[in-house]
Ligand binder design. Sequence first.
Ligand SMILES: N[C@@H](CCC(=O)N[C@@H](CS)C(=O)NCC(=O)O)C(=O)O
Length: 246
Amino acid sequence: MSQYSTLQSLVLYDIVSELPGYYWSPNPAKPRFIMSYKGLPFVTIWVEYKDISIAMKSIGAKPNKDKRVDGTDVYSIPVLSDPNTGAIITDSLEIASYLEKTYPEKSVFANKSEAQIRAFDATHTSLNLPSIATIFLRSTEIMGASSVKFFVRVRSMDHVPLPWEARYDADWESLEKAHNTMYEWYQKSNGKWIMGDFSYADIIVACRVLWYKRVLKEDEWAKISAWHGGKWVQVLADVEKECNLA
Ligand SMILES: N[C@@H](CCC(=O)N[C@@H](CS)C(=O)NCC(=O)O)C(=O)O
């Protein structure tokens, strides 16, 4: 039994999809993996993408530190509400930091690596950004019809202009290049965990791979699965196993 089993359940706000099991989005997957790794009890509240802002305002969550390009606030998910402390935390990295400080057993920032992993998070996001249009396009295919219009409007305003379809070939080239770079990183570590020991950095990589697995078409996922001798399927499987999610 986990030492945390007497706690009140933490509440994770995640974004619903039409897929079985609902989950798909990489950022809310990260706190789910951490809580599962640490053995923390939690419940998930599923929110429609178009309702994120109204739902997060209603629980008193703070907006994201990055505003929209038009200057307005963005209320984003994940948000974690912890009834044991009263904390309401916005942003996957801030949630990771909060969980580590509040529930330090089974560290995800081993060897005082939080600063290093914060830098890794930013680098990993920028590395994968050039291929995002195709992943956004596929994400619209698994969310409820009422959210698609909102998602396309805000994501094309903040990240990559339409038409997303036109970027397909270039995106696959960028995606493969990004994975070549990440493969080199893994080759410089012990091969299994990117920082040497298991850490939040591996959760970051795995949750992105999970996004691809959940939203891409079968032949597209097969393509990624074949890259680097099956490395990405293996990273996801290793992290899921380590986090008791296998
Ligand atoms: N840096 C944030 C990003 C979170 C984020 O962008 N969440 C998206 C869904 S994956 C969102 O809620 N977007 C709301 C919107 O754009 O209106 C984190 O890591 O939590």
